[in-house]
Ligand binder design. Structure first.
Ligand SMILES: Cc1cc2nc3c(=O)[nH]c(=O)nc-3n(C[C@H](O)[C@H](O)[C@H](O)COP(=O)(O)OP(=O)(O)OC[C@H]3O[C@@H](n4cnc5c(N)ncnc54)[C@H](O)[C@@H]3O)c2cc1C
Length: 420
């Protein structure tokens, strides 16, 4: 079945041209969105079918300038759901290889440190046991050990720390540049400052191309990987997507010297002598960055909606992040953010896990729900598999993934119990 579908797909040679303004030839595949999901998808499609004529368009001026660049770009494989684990473990293994072979995506396995109260430790006990059985690598740190390693930590109501080991941070723009350079090398066309205003539909009312200010460009398949804008874009042609954008903010505090620098460069947790990516009991987090901390909090009460342009709001820091951080790390008292920025999660309303599905004829790769960077490589492979009619695809760690499991029709995604 899969082979027949693939041959039919590849034998599609006739490219149509519907000219509105400039002469633009049709493509076999057009990807809307040069974020991490769009470019990882392009990469894995061309890895399998290098001769395919593929165009990527983005309204911004370069790769990853949507939410990918605004991300904290932290990654973890500590998930209760085997699907989430496979998506992140596959991607992390691939990122490890790029870092090892080519260098330069800034990947640092600094670990994730969850600080937990006694109640949280109790609530997480069963899920941690099942993760340990599944081979997820982590260490439980009792409070005395935590205090010894982290003299700046005020233990207050803390009971335990959980240190995830196959977890860390990377530089998202370097990762996305890797995918961009590779697809250009394989012959893809990438066009920036091209905004898709709508879609052309065929006689069966299925998406058959994109519409921009200058032209209509037809394609055998249009892949929509437009992140937080996906829902609004497809709503224009009556296609409903089960995602909603939700604003998320990050704040940067310099740590070049003094006690904050000491905390940032805490040794004993990892080979980089950096504080792990640290999650407080109230879910605010501290992400080490060059000579600074990035602080964030995915507020569960944030109402859905796109804010454009999205900006960081100092009031949010003062109300929601600062009290949490100062409670456990008094060295932050009196420190103020010098930079703030914001973007959106594109939350998948069904189960907060991404999906890859045909909707109205377009292949939609979306719903990354705040974990798109850490899962992008696997999502790219699954999107390529779906396009080429493959039932299963190998992920970066060698495990196989059933493509339909991440669709919307025959979805097989258990609820995630280890959320931040
Ligand atoms: C504050 C914050 C912190 C985060 N932290 C993490 C983290 O630590 N780890 C993690 O894994 N993930 C994190 N994420 C989530 C991560 O950033 C996203 O999951 C990921 O970037 C989604 O990638 P994408 O390609 O779907 O979207 P994007 O990177 O937004 O790409 C979509 C692209 O589509 C383009 N586009 C949209 N509409 C159109 C149109 N009409 N025409 C042409 N182009 C269009 C946009 O310009 C954009 O470049 C965070 C997100 C935010 C906001």
């Amino acid at each position: 079945m899969a082979g027949a579908h693939r041959n039919a797909y590849l034998s599609y040679k006739k490219l149509r041209l519907e000219r509105v303004g400039a002469m633009i030839p049709g493509f076999q595949v057009i990807i809307v969105g040069a974020g991490i999901l769009g470019l990882a998808s392009a990469y894995h499609i061309l890895q399998r079918e290098p001769a395919l004529e593929l165009l990527v368009v983005d309204k911004k001026s370069g790769p990853g300038e949507g939410d990918t660049a605004r991300s904290a770009a932290a990654f973890r494989d500590m998930f209760s759901s085997p699907v989430n684990r496979a998506l992140s473990q596959g991607s992390i293994a691939f990122y490890d290889r790029i870092e090892g072979e080519r260098g330069g995506i800034g990947l640092k396995k600094i670990g994730y440190l969850w600080l937990a109260t006694a109640r949280q430790a109790e609530e997480r006990r069963a899920v941690l046991t099942s993760m340990a059985r599944a081979g997820v690598r982590f260490k439980a740190l009792e409070i005395r050990e935590l205090s010894a390693r982290l003299p700046d930590l005020r233990t207050v109501d803390l009971h335990q720390g959980i240190l995830g080991l196959n977890c860390g941070i990377l530089e998202p723009l370097k990762l996305i540049k890797f995918y961009e350079q590779e697809i250009l090398r394989m012959g893809a066309q990438v066009r920036y400052r091209v905004e898709v205003s709508g879609f052309t539909l065929n006689s069966q009312a299925l998406v058959s191309g994109i519409r921009t200010r200058e032209a209509e460009i037809s394609a055998r398949t249009v892949i929509v990987a437009a992140g937080a804008w996906t829902g609004r874009l497809l709503a224009g042609v009556g296609i409903e997507v089960p995602i909603t954008p939700r604003k998320r903010q990050l704040f940067s505090i310099p740590a070049r010297e003094g006690p904050l620098h000491g905390l940032l460069t805490t040794s004993g947790f990892n080979e980089h002598s950096l504080l792990p990516f640290t999650i407080l009991p109230g879910a605010a987090y501290l992400r080490p960055a060059p000579a600074s901390f990035i602080l964030g909090f995915a507020n569960p009460d944030q109402p859905p909606g796109l804010e454009e342009p999205a900006t960081g709001d100092r009031g949010f820091y003062d109300m929601s992040i600062r009290p949490q951080v100062e409670r456990y790390f008094p060295v932050f008292q009196g420190q103020v953010p010098t930079q703030a920025w914001a973007g959106h999660y594109d939350d998948h309303l069904r189960d907060s896990t991404p999906f890859v599905e045909y909707l109205g004829g377009a292949l939609v790769v979306a719903g990354s729900s705040g974990s798109g960077v850490m899962k992008a490589d696997s999502l790219g492979r699954i999107a390529a598999g779906r396009l080429l009619g493959q039932e299963s695809v190998p992920l970066g760690h060698g495990g196989w993934f059933k493509v339909a499991d991440l669709g919307l029709q025959q979805r097989a995604v258990p609820p995630e119990e280890f959320v931040i």
